[in-house]
Design a protein around this ligand. Sequence first.
Ligand code: SAH
Length: 226
Amino acid sequence: MSNSGFTFRRVREDMIENLLDLGIKDFRVLDAMSQIPRHIFLDETFWSRAYENRSWTIGYKQTISQPYIVAKMTELLISHTNSRGKIFEKVLEIGSGCGYQSAVLSFFAEKVDAIERIKPLVQKSRDNMNKLKINNVIFKYGDGYQDWDNSIKYDGILCAASPREYPKDLVSILKKDAKLVLPVGGASQKLNVIKKCENDEVEESFYDDVSFVPMLAGKSDDGNDA
Ligand code: SAH
């Protein structure tokens, strides 16, 4: 794949080197990210810089997450497992935006349920999955605070928008030993991992300082309320 003489494969390899330098160690995550063309998730104007470790606008006042953050959250979600391939049956993603993180998750679960509150982004992420021929992600237009199916238990939940406190209800749809990975906070946020233990208690741990868009309640036809 090339564009104006530069090869995306080469810059994607540079992105992986950069992720290693930044401390991402799980080869399963690095392997998945080395196979996903990040540029196709962006407007063509950003293609030449699509593999830099930064976020870019995806419209509707939202951004695609930095590659490091996508890698780190995925690494935290799967860190208690050590086999390769589709280690999980079902994963829930909240705030799927343009679908880049969803594409990464599609490598690790038989099925990914993704919820996004801005309607046009739901279509955008579906289009992106079609381009990549990824067919195990189901996108739903809804509010990640409540619009999930109570009867399903997930092997992991990854949320890419920051609530003030983690939504306790999400723990009830986690399997035992599974984790909820998400940013928590307002002006100052940290990556949190909420693990559901055998006795149904939770264990919380805290990681990088991050800067995500807020997790907003309700759905939006156009993102104007974001
Ligand atoms: N990982 C995404 C980044 C998306 S940014 C990507 O790779 O593109 C966070 C997304 O969370 C935004 O699209 C925003 O609309 C969405 N969001 C915020 N609050 C939400 C909620 N309550 N339910 C579902 N999605 C939400």
